[in-house]
Design a protein around this ligand. Structure first.
Ligand code: DGP
Length: 113
């Protein structure tokens, strides 16, 4: 069974968040440690630890997350932004509940650190 994370507690309403979008499949809220003027996390309500743990049965869910993240970015007034999924500790993943970062509102350098 997937371990409880801070994000599963946010989904359950046990921890507050600055919500920007909510539907039956996913929840989006502002990151508590923003790395840019706009930094939003989009998380599935289904507890998947990492992108590597998603399977073919999650195809529709993953597509939904991407399309919703684009919709949210546009609603936030962004025309340029970055969508990031950190997978694994060495890639910077700290919360083991799949999440997409939407980062924008400033010039973003490449490559990332
Ligand atoms: P990652 O490093 O890719 O696992 O991203 C996890 C992000 O989650 C990180 O940018 C900080 C954010 N975060 C951690 N705890 C909380 C929380 O309780 N509330 C909110 N809104 N964001 C959180």
């Amino acid at each position: 069974m997937t371990e409880e994370t801070i994000f599963s507690r946010i989904i359950k309403g046990e921890i507050p968040c600055d919500e920007v979008y909510n539907d039956s499949v996913c929840l989006a809220f502002r990151d508590i440690q923003p790395q840019a003027p706009i930094h939003i996390l989009v998380i599935p309500k289904k507890p998947i630890e990492s992108l590597k743990d998603a399977g073919p049965e999650d195809k529709e869910l993953l597509g939904h997350l991407l399309l919703i993240s684009s919709k949210i970015a546009s609603q936030q007034g962004l025309t340029n932004w970055r969508t990031i999924i950190n997978t694994g500790e060495e890639a910077g993943q700290t919360v083991f509940h799949l999440h997409l970062h939407i980062i924008g509102g400033r010039k973003l350098d490449w490559p990332p650190g």
